[in-house]
Design a protein around this ligand. Structure first.
Ligand SMILES: *[C@@H]1O[C@H](CO)[C@@H](O)[C@H](O)[C@H]1NC(C)=O
Ligand SMILES: *[C@@H]1O[C@H](CO)[C@@H](O)[C@H](O)[C@H]1NC(C)=O
Ligand SMILES: *[C@@H]1O[C@H](CO)[C@@H](O)[C@H](O)[C@H]1NC(C)=O
Ligand SMILES: *[C@@H]1O[C@H](CO)[C@@H](O)[C@H](O)[C@H]1NC(C)=O
Ligand SMILES: *[C@@H]1O[C@H](CO)[C@@H](O)[C@H](O)[C@H]1NC(C)=O
Ligand SMILES: *[C@@H]1O[C@H](CO)[C@@H](O)[C@H](O)[C@H]1NC(C)=O
Ligand SMILES: *[C@@H]1O[C@H](CO)[C@@H](O)[C@H](O)[C@H]1NC(C)=O
Length: 307
């Protein structure tokens, strides 16, 4: 009896092994340019595992196979493709739930520690798509500090830095996890000043989310920020950046006003964002922007509460 069961297990093992080998073979052929995802087609056998359109939605069983593959392989090409496929599938809300229920988030999350920047980026992208789901955010938040460290120590303007920033932005769409960024606010402003246009815009999206949360106002205003920050309010600054720094100013001021804080001289030290925003130099820039050639910019300036 035990023997019969053993035979069954051996047979199952062989089938699995054969499937894995075939999958590995198909994957490593890499017929396409760029980094395609794994091609898995629902309602197909293991042989067709990699023959499907890029956008196929996988079922739970296929996602499980993919997660198993991701967990067990050392091959960077396969890891990367599995992450891309999981990320694409995580664009669908049903799969966001399935991947979490299959224990997929820690498997994907562990790949952000991979020394290969390309793999790191794909893992961050997959987590970003998974983070649209609020329950997933609770599982993803354990990676926030690590992502912050990587974003601020990694190569400036790199794809991996942007991917990290996007994930952090989507983790701050609600107020629930924003406090985790409290100790990185100075770093965010530093990145805002040193990064190029794409980096600046992404940092601003994140800062804007924080700026709407009264619980973050003190952290923002107390942050040490280089005075070159004020040059972002110059008339020639790109509109997508200018509008965002103005909204940042507007939102922070609204939060302060709501709490009646502007009346009682707040205690922020010199060199802080507070000193920059409510100092004479900034006031001058605002007066100049009232005459900006762009109507949206003009309107935004006049919306900043007076104090
Ligand atoms: C995928 O399979 C279909 C039929 O099952 C076949 O017609 C098609 O050529 C295959 N595509 C690739 C890229 O192998
Ligand atoms: C990173 O992984 C990709 C696989 O997608 C591979 O092409 C590349 O050579 C790897 N880089 C390093 C430095 O290992
Ligand atoms: C993430 O989701 C978007 C759609 O929301 C999709 O365009 C993208 O390809 C998905 N995949 C990754 C890895 O980001
Ligand atoms: C991230 O947040 C942005 C803005 O809220 C949203 O458009 C996007 O769909 C979210 N998800 C991903 C995976 O980027
Ligand atoms: C920022 O730098 C990255 C990497 O060098 C580049 O791909 C991107 O196009 C740059 N963006 C802008 C707006 O210059
Ligand atoms: C965060 O920003 C996104 C757009 O980037 C927006 O959809 C979302 O409402 C913002 N959330 C908060 C709390 O500000
Ligand atoms: C922040 O600015 C946005 C865009 O102007 C606005 O919709 C939002 O209500 C503002 N939030 C606060 C708290 O002022």
């Amino acid at each position: 009896m035990g023997g019969a069961r053993d035979v069954g297990w051996v047979a199952a093992g062989l089938v699995l092994a054969a499937g894995a080998c075939y999958c590995f073979y198909r994957l490593t052929r890499g017929r396409r340019r760029g980094v395609p995802g794994l091609r898995l087609r629902p309602s197909r056998s293991a042989e067709d595992l990699t023959n499907g359109s890029y956008d196929d939605i996988l079922n739970a069983e296929q996602l499980q196979k993919l997660l198993y593959l991701l967990e067990s392989t050392e091959d960077p090409v396969i890891i990367e493709r599995a992450l891309v496929t999981l990320g694409n599938n995580a664009a669908f809300s049903v799969n966001q739930v399935t991947i979490r229920e299959l224990g997929g988030i820690p498997i994907i999350g562990s790949k952000i520690n991979n020394p290969n920047q390309s793999i790191k980026e794909k893992a961050l992208n997959a987590l970003n798509n998974l983070s649209v789901n609020v329950e997933n955010q609770i599982k993803i938040k354990v990676y926030v500090s690590q992502v912050c460290e990587d974003v601020f120590s990694g190569p400036l303007n790199s794809a991996v830095q942007l991917a990290g920033l996007r994930l952090l932005t989507n983790m701050t769409v609600t107020n629930d996890h924003q406090h985790m960024l409290s100790s990185y606010i100075t770093d965010l402003f530093h990145l805002l000043l040193t990064g190029n246009g794409s980096t600046k815009v992404q940092v601003l999206k994140l800062l804007l989310n924080l700026s709407e949360n009264p619980a973050m106002t003190d952290g923002l205003l107390g942050a040490k920020v280089d005075s070159s920050f004020l040059s972002l309010y110059d008339g020639h600054v790109a509109k997508e950046i200018l509008l965002r720094v103005l909204t940042l100013f507007q939102n922070i001021t609204t939060c302060l006003e709501k709490e009646g804080r502007l009346a009682i001289q707040p205690t922020f030290t010199e060199g802080s964002l507070f000193y920059l925003l409510y100092g004479e130099e900034c006031a001058q820039k605002m007066r100049a922007l009232v005459y900006h050639h762009d109507a949206d910019v003009k309107e935004k300036v006049t919306m900043i509460p007076k104090f």
